[in-house]
Design a protein around this ligand. Structure first.
Ligand SMILES: *[C@@H]1O[C@H](CO)[C@@H](O)[C@H](O)[C@H]1NC(C)=O
Ligand SMILES: *[C@@H]1O[C@H](CO)[C@@H](O)[C@H](O)[C@H]1NC(C)=O
Ligand SMILES: *[C@@H]1O[C@H](CO)[C@@H](O)[C@H](O)[C@H]1NC(C)=O
Ligand SMILES: *[C@@H]1O[C@H](CO)[C@@H](O)[C@H](O)[C@H]1NC(C)=O
Length: 369
């Protein structure tokens, strides 16, 4: 009995030891498997990285070759380097979107300035910019606009404002009339540099043909006017951008009025913005009362110039803002600016705007070639 039980004990022991052996080898195998998997994964990754690097360099070389080739073939558009060259070749047709006025005149902002040297300026809080053109029957709304802007501003804020007026008509007599009228009406504001008057260049305007404005209800003459206006805006914005007049820029038209204390209301609205923004709107209409950071004006100007044939600026800006990662319109309500001629009961409502332009007036004064 005893020996039997001993032998059974032995047998059990034997079995136990064998099974632990078996378990051990199973563990080892498992580890080996994991190691192998990791190794093969690493190999695959290394191969992928090496392949990608090779592809990357091939691409760079390909691109470099492409640019070299296109340089050799002079496919790229040659920048215009001097005024002489501009006048010698075709000053009236600078290829858009190669809208780089610095290539034409180094100091084009001086040349464009009619009243108020940009050199005597210091950086202020806000620039208000507007384009004014000749209207039929010599109607001028600009004076009402200026008067509204000046009388309704908070006194202390007005010291931190520039008003830049672009005279976009090329008629010299009209320009002289306008500048002298403004200087006579606002001698103090002109003297201390608050009001600046600039003029557009005739060579700046492209031919304004082959326009493809998508809006069906735009007549041909309106499309032409809108295209010209695009170029006017571009010059005005580049001027403010280059002279670094201010931190912010507010775009207006020359026939709007505002409300008392608008500067304070704008400042409050700016300061109340929680996140990043590109464009704040103080009117729902067209290209009226859109506020930008001055440092964004160059990009906006170039985008409007790029699509000057296809879109009016008041449509382009709606596409510019999302490109700058502002995906919704930020409109202050109630709005602060309105077209002249609206009664107070209509204040804040969007009303259909009459076509305030007579193409004939522009055509008569627009020199071709
Ligand atoms: C532009 O700069 C050039 C040289 O720096 C100077 O001769 C010329 O008078 C300037 N033009 C204006 C309008 O200031
Ligand atoms: C410029 O003159 C106007 C009118 O006197 C005044 O309201 C404004 O504060 C002045 N601006 C500066 C910067 O002195
Ligand atoms: C300029 O002013 C003069 C004198 O007031 C006027 O006779 C002339 O028609 C004006 N010219 C233009 C283009 O507005
Ligand atoms: C307008 O388009 C026509 C036909 O496509 C072309 O021949 C002409 O050169 C274009 N004009 C301008 C100024 O681009």
């Amino acid at each position: 009995m005893r020996t039997k039980s001993k032998s059974i004990d032995l047998l059990i022991l034997n079995i136990i030891s064998k099974s632990t052996d078996f378990r051990l080898s199973k563990k080892m195998k498992k580890r080996k498997n994991i190691l192998q998997t990791i190794l093969s994964l690493v190999t695959v990754m290394v191969v992928v990285v090496v392949l990608q690097t090779i592809l990357f360099f091939i691409q760079i070389q390909h691109n470099a070759q492409f640019y070299q080739k296109s340089n050799r073939k002079e496919l790229s558009i040659r920048p215009i380097t001097s005024t002489k060259e501009v006048i010698g070749h075709s000053p009236k047709r600078i290829l858009y979107p190669q809208f780089d006025l610095n290539h034409v005149y180094q100091n084009w902002t001086d040349t464009a300035t009619l009243i108020g040297s940009p050199r005597e300026t210091y950086k202020r809080y806000l620039t208000i910019g507007m384009v004014t053109a000749k209207r039929p029957q010599n109607t001028v709304y600009l004076y009402n606009t200026l008067s509204s802007l000046i009388t309704n501003a908070n006194r202390e804020d007005f010291r931190e404002i520039y008003i830049v007026i672009l005279l976009s008509d090329l008629d010299q007599e009209w320009r002289t009339n306008m500048t002298s009228a403004i200087v006579n009406k606002y001698p103090q504001e002109v003297k201390n540099g608050t009001i600046k008057i600039i003029g557009s260049f005739d060579w700046m305007y492209p031919s304004l043909t082959n326009l493809t404005h998508h809006r069906k209800w735009h007549s041909k003459s309106k499309a032409k006017w809108k295209a010209k206006q695009n170029i006017d805006f571009v010059l005005l914005w580049l001027y403010v951008y280059k002279t670094k007049l201010s931190e912010f820029y507010l775009h207006l038209e020359d026939d709007v009025i505002t409300v008392g204390g608008y500067t304070k209301a704008m400042k409050t609205f700016i300061n109340d913005q929680k996140g990043e923004w590109t464009c704040l709107e103080f009117s729902e209409l067209g290209m009226i009362a859109k506020l930008y950071h001055t440092h964004d004006l160059e990009a906006l100007a170039k985008m409007v110039a790029l699509f000057y044939q296809e879109q009016p600026a008041d449509n382009t800006y709606l596409h510019f803002n999302p490109q700058m990662l502002q995906f919704r319109r930020i409109i202050r309500k109630p709005t602060l600016f309105q077209h002249i001629g609206m009664t107070s009961s209509q204040w804040g409502h969007v009303q259909s705007i009459k076509d305030r332009f007579l193409w004939q007036m522009f055509k008569r004064n627009y020199r071709k070639g």
